[in-house]
Design a binder for this molecule. Sequence first.
Ligand code: SF4
Length: 308
Amino acid sequence: MKVILAQPRGFCAGVVRAIEIVERALKKYGPPVYVRHEIVHNKHVVESLKKKGAHFVEKLSEVPPDAVTIFSAHGVARSVEEEAAGRGLSVLNATCPLVTKVHNQGKRYVAQGRTLILIGHAGHPEVEGTMGQISGPVVLVQTEEEVETLDIPTDAPVAYVTQTTLSVDDTKGIIAALERRFSDIVGPEISDICYATQNRQTAVRELSRQVDVILVVGAKNSSNSNRLYEIGLETGIPSYLIADSSELQLEWVRDARTVGLTAGASAPEVLVEGVIEALARLGPVEVSVLDGRKETIEFRLPAELASV
Ligand code: SF4
């Protein structure tokens, strides 16, 4: 069996930074540290940080007074920041800088007097954070059809921003529909939203041309892993989203000559290695890596953790 690995796959710079913040905070302040929401959407990452002394909570009210508190990579609403400040909690913010950039873009548009349209998935913590960062009118749009039902005059000044785990390809249909409907609309350069989302999606499309089946390693609640899986299906190649090798089913790969393997931005490489080992137990495997885009982006850590 041939196994082809997508390139790039797995951890992005925002996830690396967020995990590093928790690990350095544990080293600097000692356990426990409190993390609001899963630091990134991956159980294996969360479990390994729990073993080191991180406590994961959904609400700030679960954080004891004076505890070191970390906001997850997805970002938080302003009300959460205010609650933490009101309680005097010492906060380290692991919000990905690309998510913060979307917050700032949104704030700028609202300050210009525009109604903001956020393209994203309802209920995702990043969407809740972004909507909660902007004091002004923000409307969530999830599909092209929803654009037609928006209760905003077609000549009103509007602007759009997008959830980072949607790629240029995911959003272009909705943006085109918005541009058809509104005469005074602006938005950011969309190729600029998140390099990692776009690169992983491009790589899975490339992978689909060479394989009989696609395995995506990632959590069921990881938005970007789900999109990789959906893109696999869209290309017509049988595709499966698995948390790790324990979810691999023999019948998916039994007749495959070439298996494509990728991982969402929050899935550690060790899980990809585990899947290769599981495939190798079925018979000899020949592993190769797709030619793909090399990623060199790194995000700076908060100043207080830079030299830990
Ligand atoms: S996927 Fe993009 S926006 Fe999300 S954490 Fe990674 S780099 Fe940041």
